[in-house]
Design a protein around this ligand. Structure first.
Ligand code: HAM
Length: 429
């Protein structure tokens, strides 16, 4: 027998039982972003490989070992996007919509691809909702991004479970001076470094700060601190951000070792982390990237943004049991019809109801079946009410209106009165 076909490791189906929670989450974020004046942009999933090399950085884990890269039939090297910022910058530049200092407040949603080792909260295809803002260089907009995520955590009921970590990386010049100091310090102690950090010391020394190895972390305790090398403008920017977060009452911790795994950041970087999900605890992360647009061939343009991992936030909602009860119900009414004539009348009645009650979630029984089996299906659908149509009802132009969740007795309702009766009953739940 041939081997059964399976989804690619680390790439998951999202089954019908799970999609209501996904939609609830996605709709909550979309409504929130609408409320702050952000507009959605949709970019392709595949881009030229060069785009990610130039933006994320050649010496990053993502570009070095995690990209899904292939040659297409023309021999062009293409990559499944590992993140959205690079594509968004490309799109904004290509369409000239950030030229002349035009402010753009954009958001996107979709799958991203990284060939990482799959585990809980870490997948090879995962989904992000990302936000990018162009041409605003002050700390007010950095603060707004954090304020709106804080509001989202409030709406979802998960504020107590997440913590904001904050750092400033300064300008690239300030970082270069710091890098020299860090390299000097670490080089003198290179024999005590783990293999990965030794390699990074040569290629991308700031990433040593990110090391998970305890001995390397111990070594870093007395290492030069990035905060001491910040240029004046970055320092003021960071103070401005902190003052706004204080004013908004948003708690944060300063983490001088927070450098992020992508090279394009400058000044503000932040991560929302939780200790409820195990090793993959960052649910949302981002920062400022004022040099990126220019680096990609555009005019100097300020940029700042973040992306949240949908899978991780869904996991967190489930772990904390913050899944709203009402999203479990997908169906309001189930229409059962017995016999050919009733089935035809049922079809007409159902379409009329859909005209009369906007947003009604009505399932019409398909595949006939006995009275008992149809009612069983009605119950299983989760509907609040069954509308029953048999020969008797047909003759009297009524339906049997049967509450399925213990809200009273079945009664006959005239066809003409059904829409109104249904609306009232649904309002009462
Ligand atoms: P990132 O930190 O690479 O940043 O990813 C953002 C978020 O995506 C992470 O915090 C995490 O929640 C989720 N995520 C990342 N990798 C995986 C994975 N393998 N499985 C599941 N979830 C994952 C960026 O992507 C930047 N583009 C964010 C940004 C936007 N910075 C500025 N603008």
């Amino acid at each position: 027998m041939s081997k059964s076909l399976q989804a690619i490791r680390g790439m998951n189906d999202i089954l019908p039982e799970q999609t209501p929670l996904w939609r609830y989450f996605e709709n909550s974020v979309a409504r929130l972003l609408d409320g702050y004046g952000y507009r959605q942009i949709r970019m392709p999933i595949v881009e030229a490989t060069e785009l990610f090399k130039r933006s994320i950085g050649e010496v990053t884990d993502i570009v070095e070992k995690e990209m899904y890269t292939f040659d297409d039939r023309n021999g062009d090297s293409l990559t499944l996007r590992p993140e959205g910022t690079a594509s968004c910058v490309r799109a904004v530049l290509e369409h000239g919509i950030s030229g002349g200092g035009q402010v753009q407040k954009l958001w996107y949603i979709g799958p991203m691809f990284r060939h990482e080792r799959p585990q809980k909260g870490r997948y090879r295809q995962f989904h992000q909702i990302g936000v990018e803002v162009f041409n605003l260089d002050g700390p007010d907009i950095d603060a707004e991004l954090i304020v709106l995520t804080w509001r989202l955590w409030g709406l979802l009921g998960i504020r107590d479970a997440v913590k904001l970590e904050l750092n400033s990386l300064g300008t690239s010049e300030a970082r270069a001076t710091y890098r020299e100091a860090l390299v000097a310090y670490l080089s003198a102690r290179a024999d005590q470094l783990d293999e990965d950090s030794k390699r990074r010391l040569l290629s991308n020394p700031l990433r040593v700060l990110d090391s998970k190895v305890p001995e390397t972390q111990a070594l870093l305790t007395d290492a030069p601190k990035l905060a001491d090398y910040l240029d004046e403008a970055s320092r003021l920017h960071f103070e401005g951000l902190k003052a706004r977060l204080d004013a908004a009452g948003i708690p944060y911790v300063l983490n001088t070792k927070l450098v992020r795994g992508l090279d394009y950041y400058s000044k503000t970087v932040f991560e929302w982390v939780t200790d409820k999900l195990g090793a993959q605890g960052t649910v949302c992360a981002g920062g400022r990237y004022d040099g990126l647009v220019e680096q990609m061939g555009g005019k100097p343009t300020a940029g700042v943004g973040f992306a949240m991992g949908i899978e991780r936030l869904i996991l967190l909602l489930e772990t904390l049991e913050k899944v709203p009860e009402e999203i479990a119900r997908q169906v309001d009414v189930y229409l059962c019809a017995f016999g050919d004539a009733a089935e035809l009348a049922g079809l007409q009645l159902a379409e009329r109801l859909r005209d009369q009650v906007p947003g009604l979630r009505l399932v019409v029984n398909a595949g006939a079946g006995s009275f008992k089996s149809q009612l069983k299906k009605a119950d299983k659908s989760g509907a609040l009410f069954a509308v029953v149509l048999g020969e008797d009802e047909l003759g009297q132009q009524v339906v049997g209106f049967k509450p399925l969740r213990g809200q009273g007795e079945q009664q006959n309702i005239a066809w003409d009165a059904l829409a109104e009766h249904l609306e009232t009953s649904l309002q009462q739940g």
